[in-house]
Design a protein. Structure first.
Lengths: 115, 113
């Protein structure tokens, strides 16, 4: 009954490879996010989807491509992985359409290590 | 856009002492201010939040205060315990900005037994 789940938990890969991270939420929320957390712990927003529509697209290399097949899922595909992509990637979700319910709930994170 | 600054970046206290973390924001239209706690290797989790129509909110040992005029808000933890050790993040959001939370850079709190 995990609210926001991500797969995989750990991802170790070589430079130049392509990889995907998946996220699912069972909270019935209408908005989902991807954050990147580097070694200094800063939480940087990358993308956000509201009802499957992209609403936030920060300055992220176009090697990163999000996809939201439905409101409950948000995936992140990364092409040509680089050393600097090593980080923890968190998925989150919130209910933006209802007043006073915009708390963001985070998934457990995917620890990506690029060698 | 919004700019949220958080201080201090590290904070060490003795068990039983109080801890205070302060944040300032730049956008006067921000009206929702959550605080997240992230334990080592875990996900950020909401511990308390406050809206701009309220000046203070308490939940057991945790309290948050908001000064809209000065555009700053603070987290207060009383009677700290070793399990309070974690990274704490403040954030700010406009009611009209769909989904966008602006996070501070985090405070590493260490509580020594």
């Amino acid at each position: 009954d995990t609210a926001v789940s991500q797969t995989p938990k750990y991802l170790v890969t070589q430079m130049g490879n392509d990889k995907s991270i998946k996220c699912e939420q069972n909270l019935g929320h209408d908005t989902m996010y991807w954050y990147k957390q580097d070694s200094k712990k800063f939480l940087k927003i990358m993308f956000s989807y509201n009802n499957k529509e992209l609403i936030i697209n920060e300055t992220v290399p176009n090697r990163f491509s999000p996809k939201s097949p439905d409101k409950a899922h948000l995936n992140l595909h990364i092409n040509s992985l680089e050393l600097g992509d090593s980080a923890v990637y968190f998925c989150a979700s919130s209910q933006e359409s209802a007043s006073f319910q915009e708390t963001q709930y985070f998934g457990p994170g995917t620890r990506l290590l690029v060698l | 856009g919004e700019n949220v600054e958080q201080h201090p970046s590290t904070l060490s206290v003795q068990e039983g002492d109080s801890a205070v973390i302060k944040c300032t924001y730049s956008d006067s239209a921000s009206n929702y201010f959550p605080w997240y706690k992230q334990e080592l290797g875990k996900r950020p989790q909401l511990i308390i939040d406050i809206r701009s129509n309220v000046g203070e909110k308490k939940d057991q040992r945790i309290a948050v205060t908001l000064n809209k005029t000065a555009k700053h808000f603070s987290l207060h933890i009383t009677e700290t315990q070793p399990e309070d050790s974690a990274v704490y993040f403040c954030a700010a959001k406009r009611g009209s900005t769909l989904g966008r939370l602006y996070f501070g850079r985090g405070t590493q709190l260490t509580v020594w037994p």
